[in-house]
Design a protein around this ligand. Structure first.
Ligand code: BGC
Ligand code: NOJ
Length: 822
């Protein structure tokens, strides 16, 4: 094996990933902010900020896919004599004497040292505040007095991130700023640059960049600061050590403070920079004609104008994460497992819950809002952390459903309205609402959510109960069955790229939105069939739980019918078929030339245990090992498509081994792993799981994997790819929630249920004793599990000293200890 260079390591005690070389194989990023105000930050301080919606409220500008790749961010330039450097190495790339980036839970600390000066910047978004704090500490470790020239830098985005990068005929004339070089009487010390483009008309929001000290100059016009023929690496003003005090009118507004700093040997100084966002009431927009009312900005600044206040806000953020990560804690003695379960997997779940698939270094933030299916899955990974937020999310998602149970595929977080550009017609979408809602109720015991009145398509007057939404969701599947009584696929199912009704020869069309041929289609999905059986069983159990027995019986029949249909028409002999195409031909069959087997239907039909009694489940799982598994995980289909197939759509548009065409789509590996767990095959479950567990990959493949080693990525190049094992599309992927659901509930076996916690681990034979601390509603359980070399099967549970019948420990408030023997 090629020797892999290492760029960093885990620091579990601080819950950080420590990057020690700025030249990572790809920008390794982190997310700041937990609600409302968010930032993306790379290991060299690149990235951008926005309020709620990465498309409509972009605060700072970012240029994607740039040269160099990660260009633009919040930069501090330090001019020490003739040397100009940045704590995060970029953009000047002056070689540093020391560099370190610590990505932690919603914060990042970047430290650089050059010629005896250390600059350490702590970046975070305080809880409930609409700003990014940048606390810069400068320390003189040398024996000489240092006269430093410090320049800050942010570039404003003109709010709408899409038009910002295309409508220059307008944009170059609209930019406006205001500058407070000294604080006005009565407000905290320091200097503030305000960005107010379009504030004169319909916008009632502005942004600001503040520093809590006196400044000796500033700049707000990009070209004046940088120089038209320069780059971020050598801005004129910085190189000359002279700010221009420029005032932007149109063109590209920026914000840069200039501060002269004297540091005696051993001396250290703190500076707090704040990037903030403010909304004013319509009638309080201005304090004088065209002058923004800055009261709220001053008030926000006052909350964070001293180091003590900033440190307190940071401590609160750390306590918040302590509390979140105290809800589920495992101790297995395997650091690689523990750190993913206790720290990074849960952290990634929060991020995917917040962002869906909108803003990452692979998602531009302008294309996609919140996905219907994505968000439902994300909340399953997040619901134990902050249940009320999951509750609100369920209501928001359900509000974008149509009366017939179909749904908008995506919605915009700012408006919460369904996105017309993409529309609906993805026939798996409705089932996910059941998946999300059931997880919420099992975690919280809050059945009242089912009685919430929720509109269709956000139309006032259309409200019905959430339960009714679940019902129309189920009905949507059974009212859209094809000739084999299997679910019609619509535009696509979970696999956005299996476009069986699309028939596109026009490269200018998007596979996702192009007009579908719906008349006469026979395109059916086995993935939806399995999903329907799994969520249908959940729905039936829920109905029984709330006394809707007739409805339970009605849906049980539909589930049974679906199981029959799969057994009759969905089995290929060694595995489940994937689909039938428009004409009724098999997809994912041994009879096909390519893509004889697909992972999605193996995952869902094994989770649904369809035909387990006839050996179908075991055969399907064996086939996954035989045909799909490789060194880096299981590929989506095998063999890969080698040519474009008009009848199949986007899936066959990808080169072999990438994305939906035989990539290791990490998202659906857990489906098979859960199938393995349900079947009791703990050794296989574990070996599949460890292959895509970031901490295992981190140890072996930092260079090859390329993307962040502390989180899962959407796709790892599969065995047919040019570079198997190379990761792409990190961070925003349903993989996070599915990895969490898999390990927490199916491998470690701690499964929230309506009346308590079900304990049903599925482990490799090598597993040793472990404990899980689980907060659950108003209870706290300390659960010790003794596997005794067993893969599955709980023999005895002792709760607070008394044996329990069955595998569910009944919920009761308070502290409990549980001993589990397998
Ligand atoms: C990608 C899918 C993605 C879809 C979203 C496709 O190009 O391959 O993974 O879900 O776009 O629209
Ligand atoms: C990514 C999308 O966000 C998700 O909704 C979809 O299921 C997968 N790609 C597979 O196509």
């Amino acid at each position: 094996m090629e020797q892999q260079k290492r760029y960093g390591h885990f620091d579990d005690q601080h819950r950080e990933y420590v990057i020690t070389d700025p030249q990572t194989p790809w920008p390794w990023i982190n997310y700041l902010g937990n609600e409302d105000f968010f930032s993306l930050i790379s290991n060299t301080a690149g990235g951008y900020s926005f309020y709620k919606d990465a498309k409509f409220r972009r605060i700072t500008r970012y240029r994607y896919n740039n040269v160099p790749m990660d260009n633009g961010g919040r930069y501090f330039y330090i001019k020490d004599g003739d040397t100009v450097w940045n704590p995060g190495w970029k953009p000047c790339k002056t070689p540093l004497d020391f560099y370190e980036c610590r990505h932690g839970m919603s914060y990042t600390r970047i430290t650089g040292r050059k010629n005896g000066v250390e600059a350490s910047v702590l970046f975070f978004v305080p809880l409930k505040k609409w700003c990014e704090v940048q606390k810069l500490t400068l320390t003189n470790h040398s024996s000489d007095t240092k006269q430093l020239k410090l320049f800050s830098f942010e570039e404003w985005c003109l709010w709408n991130a899409a038009t910002d990068m295309e409508n220059f005929q307008r944009n170059f004339s609209t930019g406006e700023v205001e500058i407070e070089t000294t604080a006005p009487a009565g407000s905290p010390a320091g200097a503030t640059i305000y960005h107010k483009t379009e504030y004169r008309e319909r916008r009632n929001h502005y942004a600001f960049y503040h520093v809590n000290t006196e400044i000796q100059g500033f700049d707000t016009d990009r070209e004046t600061f940088v120089g038209l023929y320069n780059e971020f690496a050598n801005p004129d003003a910085v190189m000359e050590g002279k700010p221009r005090n420029s005032h932007a009118h149109g063109w590209s507004p920026i914000a840069s403070h200039y501060i002269e700093v004297t540091l005696k040997p051993g001396e250290s100084k703190d500076f707090t920079f704040l990037l903030g966002y403010i909304e004013n009431e319509q009638d309080k927009k201005f304090s004088a004609p065209q002058v923004i009312n800055k009261d709220k900005a001053h008030a926000l600044i006052a909350e964070l104008d001293t180091t003590a206040k900033v440190d307190k806000a940071f401590a609160e953020l750390c306590e918040y994460w302590d509390a979140l990560l105290n809800i589920y804690k495992v101790r297995t003695g395997n650091d690689k497992l523990d750190r993913m379960v206790n720290i990074w997997n849960q952290y990634q779940c929060m991020v995917t819950f917040n962002f869906s698939r909108s803003a990452s270094f692979f998602e531009s933030g302008v294309g996609r809002g919140m996905g219907f299916r994505d968000s439902n899955q994300d909340l399953v990974g997040f619901v134990h952390q902050i249940p009320p937020r999951a509750r609100q999310r369920i209501i928001d998602i359900a509000s974008t459903q149509f009366p017939d149970g179909g749904c908008y595929h995506q919605y915009q977080p700012l408006t919460k309205r369904g996105n017309n550009d993409i529309g609906g017609g993805f026939n798996d979408d409705p089932c996910w609402l059941i998946f999300g809602t059931v997880a919420y109720i099992k975690e919280t015991g809050d059945f009242s959510i089912l009685d919430e009145m929720v509109p269709f398509d956000n139309q006032p007057g259309s409200e019905v109960t959430l339960f009714e939404h679940l019902k129309v969701s189920m009905d949507h599947v059974i009212k859209n069955l094809g000739p084999h009584m299997l679910p019609l696929i619509g535009r696509a199912d979970w696999n956005d790229c299996l476009n069986l009704n699309c028939f596109s020869w026009d490269p200018n069309e998007s596979f996702q939105t192009t007009e579908n041929v719906s008349e006469g289609t026979k395109a059916e999905s086995l993935m939806i069939a399995g999903l329907f059986v799994v969520t249908g069983k959940d729905y039936v159990a829920l109905c029984k739980k709330i006394g809707k027995n007739e409805e339970a019986a009605r849906m049980q029949q539909a589930v049974d019918a679906m199981i029959d249909a799969v057994k009759k028409h969905g089995w290929d002999g060694e595995w489940y078929l994937r689909a039938y195409d428009f004409y009724g031909n098999k997809i994912g069959s041994n009879e096909c030339d390519e893509a004889k087997i697909f992972i999605e239907s193996q995952g869902w039909c094994t989770m649904a245990e369809i035909g387990a009694e006839d050996g179908m489940v075991a055969k399907s799982l064996d086939s996954c090992k035989k045909y799909l598994e490789c060194e880096h995980g299981m590929v989506l289909n095998n063999p890969a498509f080698t040519k474009y197939i008009y009848e199949y759509g986007e899936i066959s548009s990808y080169p072999e081994g990438y994305k939906e065409n035989a990539g290791i789509f990490c998202h659906n590996n857990p489906w098979v792993i859960i199938g393995e767990c349900i079947a009791g095959r703990g050794n296989d479950a574990w070996s599949h799981y460890a292959k895509i567990l970031p901490s295992y990959v981190e140890e072996k493949y930092q260079t090859l994997h390329k993307v962040e080693p502390y989180v899962n990525c959407q796709m790892v190049a599969g065995k047919d790819a040019f570079k198997p094992g190379e990761g792409k599309n990190s961070w925003l992927t349903g993989t996070a929630a599915w990895m969490w659901y898999t390990v927490s509930e199916f491998i470690l076996g701690i499964k929230p249920d309506y009346d308590g916690i079900r304990i049903d681990p599925c482990l490799p034979e090598t597993a040793t004793d472990y404990t899980v601390q689980r907060k659950f509603r108003d209870a706290e359980y300390e659960i010790s599990i003794h596997p005794n070399g067993q893969q599955k099967g709980v023999k005895q549970i002792v709760l607070d000293g008394s044996p329990v019948e069955g595998t569910v420990i009944p919920y009761s408030a308070g502290k409990h200890t549980v001993e589990v023997t397998m």
